[in-house]
Design a protein around this ligand. Structure first.
Ligand code: FES
Ligand code: FES
Length: 150
């Protein structure tokens, strides 16, 4: 049994050490906002925050988590940067099918938390691990700039 603090709430979780956090979130806790895409750290759909760091939940196993708080898309708007990012996503109508977008938003929040005014090149670099099959990259960049200016 392990205690995970997710979006500010403590959860007692019974799961094997090698179970990926993505499985814990979706299958044990029913938090399905975080998506399964590739399962091999290549698409970014499963991005969450472990402490202040954006990580791939499909490759973050239970034994890699100590006391660091976890933030998922369900809790992303709880801080001011997350709220600005989500508002900018709506303003710029970023979403197409939506499947990749919770991961995109979590990566964008992590970027703006460490770099409040990123350049286009810095955005492209930080977001390179988040794949969007619908090709929303231009709107994602616009929304990150909008959130940075908000
Ligand atoms: S599902 Fe984790 S990176 Fe693709
Ligand atoms: S919005 Fe469809 S995959 Fe990104």
């Amino acid at each position: 049994m392990k205690t995970l603090v997710i979006n500010g709430v403590s959860h007692q979780v019974e799961a094997p050490d090698d179970m990926p956090l993505l499985w814990v979130l979706r299958d044990i806790l029913g938090m399905t906002g975080t998506k399964y895409g590739c399962g091999i750290a290549q698409c970014g759909a499963c991005t969450v925050h472990l402490g202040d760091e954006a990580v791939r939940a499909c490759q973050t196993t239970m034994d890699m988590i100590d006391s660091q708080p976890i933030t998922t898309i369900e809790g992303a708007a709880a801080n001011s940067i997350g709220a600005k990012v989500q508002a900018a996503w709506l303003e710029k109508e970023v979403v197409q099918c939506g499947y990749c977008q919770s991961g995109q938003i979590m990566s964008a929040i992590a970027l703006l938390s460490s770099n409040p005014k990123p350049s286009d090149a810095e955005i492209d670099d930080a977001m390179a691990g988040n794949i969007c099959r619908c090709g929303t990259y231009v709107r994602i960049r616009e929304a990150i700039h909008a959130a940075a200016s908000a």
